[in-house]
Design a protein around this ligand. Structure first.
Ligand code: ATP
Ligand code: MG
Length: 348
C-alpha cells in the first residue's frame, strides 16, 4: 500500500477525530456545534502534528541518509529512493539494506586481506629465491678478484660455479615472467590442432640425457601410437609435459620408470605421467601446485628446481579448461593426470 506522510497523517487524524467526537457525543452539554468545532480542531491539529513528526523526523531524515549514500556513489547499494520512501517502514528497510551492504563489504575486505598476505608471502619468497643464486655468484666472483684468478684451475672451477648460479637465476626469472603473464592473462594462447605423440617423442629425446643419468626408462603407452591430434597451444602444452616428465625423472628413483599414457575416449584425451619413485605425502599433495612449494627442499634445490613448474602447469591447463590432478603413494610412485580435447571439425 502507498503510505506517504500525508496519508499516514490523514488516517491518524480521522481516527483521533472520530474518537474525540464519539466521546463528546456522550456528554449531554455538548451540542452539534461543539462536536463540529471539536472534530475540526482535533482533525487539523492531529493532521499537522502527525505530518510534522512523520515527515520531518522520519521521512526527511531517511531521505537525507539516502542522499548522503548517493553522494558516496556506492554502486552496490541498489535500493531506489522511490521504493524506500514508499515502504511502510523506511527505517527498517534502510537498516536491512545497510546491513546487507556491510556484510558484502566485510567479505570484500576479507578477500583483500587474504590477497595482501599472499602478496607479502610471494614477495618474501621471490626475494629469497633471487638472493640465493645472486649471493652464490657474487661470492665466486669476489673470491676470483681477491686472488683466486691467479690459479687457472681454481679460476675455471669458480667461473663455472658462478655461471651455474646465474643460469639458475635466468631460469627463475623466466619462470616468474611466464607465471605472471599467465596469471594476468597477458600470455596469449595460440590454439591449434597438433599431434601430441610427436611432441611427446621430442620431449623424450630432449630429456634422454637426464633420464640416462639416473638410468630411468621413458615409456609411451600405447607403444605403437604414432598419431593423436589434440586442440591447444602446442608450445605451452609441451612446456606442461616437459615439466611433468622432468619432475618424474628428477624426483623419481634411480633405475626407475616414467610412463606417459594416452587414453582416448570419444572427443576426450586423458594424459597421465606416472613414475615409480618415492611419492609425495598425502598432506602435501594439494600444496605442490603453489608457487615455490617443494616437498623435499634440499633435493629440489640440488636438482636446480625453482618450485614454479607445477604452478605454471596448473595455469596453462586452466587456460585450456583443464584441471590437473595428482595421486601418489609413498614408495610406490606419483601420477599426474589431465584432459585435453580433440580438435573441432574445422581444424581436423
Ligand atoms: N613426480 C614427483 N614425485 C615426487 N615429488 C614431486 C614430483 N613432481 C613434483 N614433486 C614435488 O613437487 C615440487 C614442486 O614441483 P615443481 O615442478 O613445481 O617445482 P620444481 O621441479 O622443484 O622446480 P621447476 O619445475 O620450477 O624446475 C617439487 O619440488 C617436488 O618436491
Ligand atoms: Mg618441476
Amino acid at each position: 500500500m502507498f503510505l506517504s506522510p500525508r496519508w499516514i497523517s490523514l488516517f491518524t487524524s480521522l481516527l483521533v477525530t472520530s474518537i474525540v467526537v464519539a466521546f463528546l457525543s456522550f456528554v449531554p452539554a455538548a451540542d452539534s456545534g461543539v462536536l463540529f468545532v471539536a472534530g475540526i480542531s482535533s482533525f487539523f491539529s492531529t493532521f499537522f502534528f502527525t505530518y510534522y513528526i512523520v515527515d520531518l523526523l522520519v521521512f526527511r531524515e531517511v531521505n537525507q541518509i539516502y542522499v548522503s549514500i548517493q553522494k558516496l556513489k556506492i554502486r552496490d547499494f541498489d535500493i531506489s529512493r522511490k521504493s524506500l520512501l514508499r515502504s511502510v517502514n523506511p527505517l527498517k528497510k534502510l537498516n536491512r539494506e545497510i546491513s546487507n551492504y556491510v556484510s558484502k563489504k566485510e567479505e570484500e575486505i576479507g578477500e583483500l586481506k587474504r590477497m595482501e598476505i599472499f602478496r607479502r608471502e610471494f614477495l618474501a619468497d621471490v626475494s629469497h629465491e633471487l638472493k640465493t643464486p645472486i649471493f652464490a655468484a657474487q661470492g665466486f666472483v669476489h673470491t676470483l678478484i681477491d686472488g683466486a684468478i691467479d690459479d687457472p684451475e681454481v679460476a675455471v672451477r669458480f667461473l663455472k660455479k658462478a655461471a651455474k648460479s646465474l643460469d639458475g637465476l635466468d631460469v627463475l626469472v623466466r619462470d616468474l615472467v611466464v607465471l605472471s603473464q599467465v596469471e594476468t592473462g597477458d600470455l596469449k594462447m595460440h590454439f591449434d590442432s597438433f599431434n601430441i605423440v610427436e611432441v611427446i617423442k621430442e620431449i623424450f629425446e630432449q630429456l634422454e640425457n637426464k633420464a640416462n643419468k639416473r638410468n630411468t626408462e621413458l615409456v609411451l603407452k600405447p607403444k605403437e601410437k604414432e598419431e593423436c591430434f589434440v586442440f591447444g597451444d602446442k608450445q605451452r602444452l609441451s612446456q606442461v609435459l616437459t615439466n611433468l616428465v622432468e619432475n618424474a625423472i628428477k624426483y623419481g628413483k634411480d633405475n626407475g620408470k616414467v610412463v606417459l599414457e594416452l587414453k582416448i575416449e570419444n572427443r576426450n584425451v586423458e594424459i597421465s605421467v606416472e613414475d615409480n619413485g618415492p611419492g609425495i605425502p598425502q598432506d602435501q599433495l594439494p600444496r605442490i601446485f603453489e608457487r615455490f612449494y617443494r616437498v623435499d627442499k634440499s633435493r629440489s634445490r640440488e636438482t636446480g628446481g625453482t618450485g614454479l613448474g607445477l604452478a605454471i602447469v596448473k595455469h596453462i591447463l586452466n587456460a585450456h579448461d583443464s584441471v590437473i590432478s595428482v595421486t601418489s603413494k609413498i614408495d610406490k610412485g606419483t601420477r599426474f593426470t589431465f584432459h585435453l580435447t580433440k580438435p573441432p571439425k574445422e581444424f581436423a
